[in-house]
Ligand binder design. Structure first.
Ligand SMILES: [Fe+2]
Ligand SMILES: [Fe+2]
Length: 190
């Protein structure tokens, strides 16, 4: 059976270079330099972190497991520091701290809300909350990884230091959530 599926898939595989599509036209205010992309990324994650400060208490309230509740509570404290670090970054590049709506984070938070609505409180909802929270952490890890790489090229050392400090905390939070799930939450949710 597996071989059949693979063969079928291979037969329908399309290559990017031969697929008919068009190039995306740039908006008038589109970024020209890496510096612009860097600032845009900062505005985007600034919005996202502030949205998380509002969303995490809701996740806390909906979680049942003690370890999960503690992990969310601790990460809420860290997230408030992430907001503060970004404000320091804006200051160091002599720009006003500005938030720009992050559609990706809004989508992830909407998905998290949906998971809570679709699960009964207890271990199943907890498992759903962990899944939603880890998607958020992975988004943050990708974002801060990119911003740190840009900061390095642009020699924005204050930003680089702050992004790496936050990146480290996002990674730790992600690992902790995996641990909480592995300890027994997922098997309790069976
Ligand atoms: Fe964060
Ligand atoms: Fe985070």
């Amino acid at each position: 059976m597996a071989t059949k599926t693979t063969t079928k898939k291979a037969a329908t595989t399309k290559s990017a270079s031969t697929t008919k599509t068009t190039k995306t036209p740039a908006k008038k205010n589109a970024a020209k330099e890496l510096k612009d992309l860097f600032e845009d990324g900062m505005k985007d994650i600034y919005w996202a972190e502030k949205a998380l400060v509002k969303a995490l208490p809701k996740m806390y309230k909906n979680a049942t497991d003690k370890k999960l509740k503690t992990a969310i509570e601790n990460h809420l404290m860290e997230t408030q520091v992430h907001v503060k670090r970004l404000e320091d970054c804006f200051k160091s590049i002599k720009k006003k701290a500005q938030a720009k709506k992050c559609d990706a984070m809004q989508g992830l938070l909407d998905e998290g809300k949906g998971i809570m609505e679709e699960t009964k409180p207890g271990s199943v909802r907890d498992a759903g909350i962990i899944a939603a929270a880890q998607k958020v952490e992975h988004y943050e890890i990708a974002t801060y990884g990119t911003l740190a790489a840009y900061a390095k090229i642009l020699k924005e050392n204050v930003c680089l230091k702050n992004f790496l400090a936050t990146l480290n905390e996002e990674k730790k939070c992600d690992k902790l959530l995996t641990k909480v799930a592995d300890i027994g939450l997922n098997s309790k949710a069976l």
